[in-house]
Design a binder for this molecule. Structure first.
Ligand SMILES: NC(=O)C1=CN([C@@H]2O[C@H](COP(=O)(O)OP(=O)(O)OC[C@H]3O[C@@H](n4cnc5c(N)ncnc54)[C@H](OP(=O)(O)O)[C@@H]3O)[C@@H](O)[C@H]2O)C=CC1
Ligand SMILES: CC(=O)N[C@@H](CCC(=O)OP(=O)(O)O)C(=O)O
Length: 356
């Protein structure tokens, strides 16, 4: 039986990437392609790389146009998806790439988004460790996605950070109050609309931080996933930076190691990350000494991770690289769809990185 999928926000970066992946998905037929101000245009005018879909018409994002599909992907600005989703039948699989349904705590939502919380949906990060290994609750998020009909895809920075740090927290090896994270993102993370700080002349050959001082809205999403894994509240200091590249996130996260990780600390740390990801097809712990680079994963659903123990400072340093539009958005969305529908988890996601 053919599975039909509608994609909203199809003129944008996230929606375009969902379409790129679905065009190669063996089980999916692409149905309605919707957006807003570009409704009435041909997809080829806005997404010229999606050659097989170039003649398809973009229509307005309305419940009527999204009706009648098995799956609906929402890649809309924050605040727009809750209303659209509420008008869709409960048995339609709705996968939201936006932030509206990611957070469990309405107060944290209000603090960072200044609007009413729309609710919490199962979080679309299948490899996420759910709790401390010692408490015997350390299943993974994929179990919560099987059969789900509403899924909230993580933010791109939280994907890179949670994959990097949850193994250490779930294993009880890291102090919860001394976590420092710096991530560099490609400019596509900010979406397609024109912003002065994203003009080529501002970005090319230059890097700068933004959202400095704990203000970035992904902070509570990171703390939510890390606290659940640790079984105790985790506080992070997160600073994003903008890098002169179109795609990719490189995260460097450091945390103080608990005294209980005595003995060969480096080996204890590595064993925790190995056991978390040994069986994963998309999350790869690199060979010792090899460090992540965004090119390794460009256009692919893979995440690459490496860690080192800094004995002098008593800290673990974890580096992760993802493609913000693939594993960080559309790839995570398609992977979650596969799990929800009982398809092979990697269907349509076998692309490798394109380095150099
Ligand atoms: N870029 C990234 O790396 C990531 C993005 N996301 C999330 O995905 C979502 C889309 O982001 P991104 O693709 O980057 O953004 P873009 O600005 O590139 O695209 C936004 C899309 O939303 C459509 N749109 C705008 N306003 C409305 C509206 N009122 N009703 C319906 N559609 C509307 C636009 O249509 P039109 O052009 O026709 O007006 C366009 O298709 C956001 O929630 C973002 O947070 C999540 C993770 C990573
Ligand atoms: C470079 C850049 O600007 N990145 C975006 C994050 C993109 C993303 O994942 O965000 P959502 O939570 O909106 O889905 C930002 O910092 O706002």
């Amino acid at each position: 039986m053919t599975i039909t999928a509608a994609v909203s926000g199809a003129s944008g970066y996230a929606g375009g990437e969902v379409l790129r992946l679905l065009a190669n998905h063996p089980e999916i037929e692409i149905g309605a392609i919707t957006a807003h101000s570009s409704a009435g245009s041909r997809l080829g005018e806005l997404q010229p790389h999606l050659l097989p879909l170039a003649d398809r018409e973009i229509v307005e994002t309305t419940p009527e146009n999204l009706a009648g599909h098995d799956v609906v992907f929402l890649a809309l600005p924050h605040g727009a998806s809750a209303e659209v989703a509420a008008a869709l039948p409960e048995d339609t699989l709705v996968i939201d790439a936006g932030a509206d349904h990611r957070l469990e705590d309405p107060e944290a939502w209000f603090r960072f988004y200044r609007s009413e919380h729309a609710g919490t949906w199962p979080y679309g990060l299948p490899e996420l460790l759910l709790g401390p290994a010692e408490a015997g609750t350390a299943g993974k998020q994929r179990e919560k996605l099987r059969g789900a009909r509403r899924i909230a895809v993580p933010g791109c920075y939280p994907t890179s950070v949670l994959l990097a740090l949850t193994p250490g927290f779930a294993a009880g090896l890291l102090e919860p109050d001394d976590v420092v994270i710096v991530s560099a993102s490609g400019t596509s993370g900010a979406g397609k609309s024109v912003k002065p700080n994203l003009l080529g002349s501002e970005v090319m050959g230059s890097m700068s931080p933004y959202g400095v001082g704990g203000g970035h809205r992904h902070t509570p999403e990171m703390e939510q996933g890390l606290s659940n894994a640790a079984g105790e509240p985790v506080t992070v200091s997160f600073t994003p930076t903008l890098a002169p590249m179109s795609r990719g996130i490189l995260t460097t996260a450091t945390a103080r190691v608990k005294p209980r990780a005595a003995g060969d600390v480096a080996a204890t740390l590595r064993a925790a990350w190995e056991s978390a990801y040994d069986d994963e097809q998309f999350v790869h712990l690199l060979r010792p000494g090899q460090w992540p680079a965004t090119q390794m994963v460009a256009g692919s659903n893979n995440a690459v991770i490496q860690l080192a123990y800094d004995e002098h400072a008593g800290r673990v340093i974890v580096s992760s690289a993802i493609d913000n539009l693939t594993k960080g958005t559309a790839g995570g969305a398609v992977q979650s769809m596969n799990i929800a529908l009982g398809l092979p988890e990697g269907a349509g996601l076998n692309q490798l990185g394109v380095a150099p």
